[in-house]
Design a protein around this ligand. Structure first.
Ligand SMILES: Cc1ncc(COP(=O)(O)O)c(C=O)c1O
Length: 429
């Protein structure tokens, strides 16, 4: 048997490493604020928990895919986005993660090329690689609002087979505005690109309306789950909206690979749809946390932040403080108890200079995190008080200082190679 420790190009999720350290610290009695994972600190809404309790006393608990829940999800698309989805197109899955895998397996083949934004959710790249498909990552910087746009699809030398869009996105929270979403759908139609739209952060938006991709492309796959707005990540329940032509393929794969999702979670999730009053109040807490965090970071000289339109993330450049975001996150955790995610998880090229905060915490936790940051940050090498110096960022998040150092180094290397040419010329004479 060939046992290999080779990860075959599939990187570990480094936020897990930070989280494990955070839990160890907590076990030793330290006060830890968990901002490393995108999970609401409050858990499932009260109505969902009550429904789960009721289901324990005699609800359906076998291998089961709840028809009432599929019907409720289909209705949600009608109510929320005014698009027609049939219950038969809804597949219930153990979270958005297997929904994404099912969509990929149903629509594409080994070797298919699928475009994604970088920075982006780490599982896109890794799931594609695990399925022997090829991620085509598009570096999206400030000028693209860190998101894929129609130009990326129209300008691609070889049209990809597929596109994964996420709006609001992880790690940035950036939303693709409705007009751009429509143009992306048009560009994909022109170039015959199958869309998978990850809408897991819908209902968590603060500035721009979130539209379902189904509004513009009824043939797209939609991935979603109860892990974010509904506060139920550990209940492992999500869904896939499948274009009619792929329903049979997706069902065959779901049945064989995954069987059915947890029955208890399906009972609870049906009730969660009626808990929007409670859940919307949480969104208001996130809105206030977001303002507090962004203002605190600005006062600490951290102003290069991706447009934080939705989800519950702030993705900030820390280029003037480090080019090793993992080490930075570990130091921040050890010295303040604040656990965060290193940008490296979302962007292997430029993420060394970014950090992601999740503000899906209580108001008290957000305020405490901001206090700790305010005390800690000024002691860090490279710290700049606001107004000290304008932090200029190029499109890859490199600060003016780093660019100046690189210019100096490039100038020096150019001088060395000129001198070498000159010497070579002299010896040839
Ligand atoms: C963009 C995105 N898609 C999918 C997932 C997976 O979510 P789930 O817990 O539903 O599997 C996450 C989790 O953080 C995510 O951020």
């Amino acid at each position: 048997m060939n046992i290999s420790s080779d990860t075959k190009g599939i990187d570990p999720f480094r936020a897990i490493e930070v989280s494990q350290l955070a839990h160890e610290l907590r076990a030793q009695g330290a006060s830890v604020i968990h901002m490393e994972f995108g999970q609401p600190s409050e858990g499932a809404p009260a109505g969902a928990i009550e429904a789960a309790r009721g289901a324990m006393d005699g609800g359906d608990m076998g291998y089961w895919e709840s028809m009432p829940l599929r019907q409720r999800i289909a209705k949600h698309y009608q109510d929320e986005y005014d698009v027609d989805v049939q219950p038969q197109q809804v597949l219930l899955t153990c979270g958005a993660s297997p929904a994404l895998v099912l969509a990929l397996l149903s629509a594409f083949d080994v070797g298919s090329r699928v475009m994604t934004a970088r920075p982006g959710y780490v599982a896109y790249r890794n799931s594609l690689r695990a399925l022997h498909m090829n991620p085509v990552e598009i570096a999206c910087g400030e000028e693209d609002r860190f998101q894929i746009n129609a130009r990326h699809i129209r300008d691609a030398a070889d049209a990809p087979d597929g596109l994964i869009v996420a709006s609001p996105a992880n790690p940035t929270g950036t939303i693709i505005p409705p007009a751009e979403l429509a143009d992306i759908a048009a560009a994909c139609r022109e170039r015959n690109v199958q869309i998978i739209s990850d809408e897991i952060y819908h209902r968590l938006s603060y500035e721009i309306e979130t539209q379902s991709m189904l509004t513009h492309d009824p043939e797209s796959f939609i991935v979603n789950s109860f892990s974010k707005y509904y506060g139920m990540p550990g209940w492992r329940l999500g869904w896939l909206i499948c274009p009619q032509k792929f329903v049979a393929a997706a069902r065959a794969r779901a049945g064989n690979l995954l069987l059915t999702p947890p029955a208890l979670s399906q009972h609870a999730a049906l009730a969660a749809f009626d808990c929007t009053d409670e859940l919307d109040k949480r969104v208001e807490v996130y809105r206030r946390n977001r303002t507090l965090l962004i203002e605190t970071l600005a006062q600490l000289g951290i102003t290069d932040i991706a447009p934080s339109d939705g989800a519950f993330y702030v993705y900030a450049s820390i280029a003037h403080l480090t080019d090793d975001s993992l080490a930075f996150c570990k130091k921040l955790l050890a010295e303040t108890g604040i656990a965060t995610a290193p940008g490296l998880d979302f962007d292997p090229e430029h993420g060394r200079r970014f950090i992601r905060f999740s503000y899906a915490v209580t108001t008290e936790m957000a305020a405490e995190a901001c206090d700790r940051l305010t005390k800690w940050m000024p002691q860090q090498a490279g710290y700049r008080a606001p107004g000290d110096k304008k932090i200029f960022m190029d499109e890859w998040g490199r600060s003016a200082d780093i660019l100046a150092m690189q210019d100096l180094r490039d100038g020096f290397l150019a001088g060395v190679s000129e001198a070498r040419d000159c010497l070579a010329g002299m010896s040839a004479r």
